[in-house]
Design a protein around this ligand. Structure first.
Ligand code: DHE
Length: 526
């Protein structure tokens, strides 16, 4: 009977469900409770409006998992506002005109209800998912095509979950291949540029051999994953998860899992990982946490054991020395100075950013940054003899320029709307900044790095979102995406700004030049 009832309500919605409830109540027949109706109704709403991004299971897909464990920092009234108005800087749309207030409330109640079972994702599950498509010995050590191997680009095409390997001199695609669903974050190269590692939001790590144009190994390390980093020597990969609250260490050769580190503080409180980066000059990994105000510096050393001063709680033999650096606030977004001594970070709700000296292991300054600075997309250059950092803002129509010698904001450049990504190159006099949000999303600003003025605004594809730039290894060309299913990659002469070529692509989200990334160009992220 209950199954029958559910079938009916799923098919006909709230009206019919209410009718059945009222009829049953009048008839004195209490087979179906109000709670049952709410549950069935909200499940239908969830399937219709949320499941395509957050997964039917609520464990996350393109969007994050919607579980109380993941929503700890979001109050229910704020969650209600997110459903009503959408969320800045994400793909989350506004449902204020689509759903009624009571429907929105039902959804909030639903996503804060614990799942009966969250699947385990420990070593057994990780190992079971491991796929080795090609053993390294079975493949050529020489590239099977001709090109400058350091001037290649990987372009992620989010529209149909593919990636294109692009020749950075001729701007011709060399190979297009399928990726896992919903990649996020920049793919990371091995130090020699031969391999590229991708991670998807649902935890799949893939290793692609550029020389042989083959995906060689894959493994699923989490249910809801943030990003990955490749160690300075290229031998290990560290991946950070939202769900479960873990870091997973992989052997880079074939993605064999080596260790799972439960992310927790000394009181046992666990946390999601905001992001993990390789601090190559320090030979360490830096891990930012979302639910504990700490940043971790992790040194890999397989000789260390569970009794290390900085170990991970001793429940298993740790291969890391972990330094816990206490902070004033959480870290949602951050970047490093070129020497990786300083980390500039901000929490999503914070009023100011914080500067942490990783050698002193403490906060040393505040950054005057309001709105929602997108620090991980910031870049640095030398202006009047001093290094400055520029960061776009996901909520405000401005770019902040900060003097890195005293951490003061020296200029706020007004833009046509909030932006997501900034890029430049050591050999270019322009910094490119997109206007990702709002009516001017088709525009891209060029800022003169020596006057800090916008000197040109391009509108390459009217009505379509233009975003994310990357330069070739010499800084001669700038590649810009038109983020659309019928999108394009536009190649500009970076000095004259003349358009060289357009390549059709399916929502080309990001593009990543091998040389600039492995040499940690200050004009791009790495
Ligand atoms: Fe990203 C990089 C966090 C939403 C596209 N994004 C990153 C990184 C972090 C991050 C920490 C750096 C990781 C790395 O490169 O290793 N992104 C977040 C969020 O917290 C946020 C706001 C919410 C979320 O959904 O997680 C968010 N990001 C988005 C999007 O909505 C974008 C536009 C589309 C998408 O793919 O979901 C998006 N993020 C990107 C891209 C990069 C990225 C293309 C790589 C930039 C680069 O050039 O390195």
């Amino acid at each position: 009977m209950q199954r029958e009832f559910n079938k009916i309500t799923v098919g006909c919605g709230w009206f019919l469900a209410s009718l059945v409830f009222i009829t049953n109540s009048f008839a004195g027949n209490n087979i179906v409770s109000k709670n049952d109706i709410e549950k069935s109704d909200v499940q239908k709403l969830y399937q219709q409006y949320c499941a395509s991004c957050h997964a039917v299971s609520r464990l996350g897909g393109m969007g994050p998992a919607l579980l109380p464990e993941n929503l700890k920092r979001l109050r229910k009234n704020k969650a209600l506002k997110v459903i009503e108005n959408g969320r800045a800087a994400t793909q989350m749309p506004a449902f204020g005109n689509v759903l009624t207030a009571s429907q929105r409330q039902l959804l909030v109640k639903y996503i804060y209800t614990p799942l009966e079972n969250i699947p385990d994702w420990g070593m057994a599950e990780i190992r079971k998912s491991h796929l080795i498509h090609y053993k390294p010995a079975s493949l050529s050590d020489q590239p099977i095509f001709k090109a400058d191997m350091l001037n290649l680009f990987i372009v992620v095409e989010l529209g149909d979950h593919h990636a294109t390997l692009l020749d950075g001199d001729k701007f011709e695609p060399i190979h297009r291949f399928k990726t896992r669903f919903a990649l996020h974050g920049g793919p990371k190269y091995s130090p020699d540029g031969r391999y590229v590692y991708f991670v998807s939001r649902d935890g799949w790590v893939s290793k692609f051999d550029i020389y042989n144009l083959k995906t060689v190994a894959e493994i699923r390390v989490g249910i809801n994953t943030r990003n990955l980093a490749v160690s300075a020597d290229g031998k290990t990969i560290l991946v950070g998860n939202y769900l479960p609250h873990t870091l997973v260490l992989l052997d880079a050769e074939n993605l064999e899992p080596v260790q799972i580190i439960v992310v927790k503080n000394n009181k046992g409180k666990t946390s999601r990982v905001s992001a993990v980066y390789a601090a190559v000059p320090r030979n360490s990994f830096i891990v930012a946490l979302k639910d504990i105000p700490e940043v971790w510096e992790m040194y890999y050393n397989d000789k260390h054991g569970a009794d290390d001063q900085w170990g991970n709680g001793g429940e298993e033999k740790s291969r890391f020395l972990i330094r816990h650096i206490p902070l004033d606030d959480y870290l949602d977004d951050f970047q490093f100075d070129p020497s990786y001594t300083y980390l500039m970070g901000a929490a999503r709700n914070a009023k100011n950013g914080q500067v942490i000296n990783l050698d002193l292991r403490r906060k040393v300054a505040e950054l005057e940054l309001t709105g929602l600075p997108h620090l991980s997309s910031g870049i640095t250059w030398i202006y009047k003899g001093r290094r400055v950092m520029a960061t776009p803002n996901l909520k405000k129509a401005e770019i902040s320029i900060i003097d890195m010698t005293n951490w003061k904001t020296i200029k706020r450049i007004k833009t046509l709307g909030p932006g997501f990504f900034m890029r430049s190159h050591e050999n270019s006099s322009y910094a490119w900044a997109d206007v990702f949000f709002g009516p001017n999303k088709e525009a891209v600003h060029l800022i003169d790095k020596q006057t800090l003025e916008i000197v040109k605004t391009l509108r390459p594809s009217p009505g379509k979102n233009a975003a994310h730039v990357e330069f070739d290894r010499y800084g001669r060309h700038a590649l810009l995406s038109v983020w659309d299913m019928d999108g394009e990659l536009i190649i500009y002469n970076a000095r004259t700004l003349k358009e060289i070529k357009r390549l059709p692509m399916k929502k080309p989200s990001g593009k990543y030049n091998v040389y600039n990334r492995i040499n940690r160009s200050v004009g791009t992220s790495h």
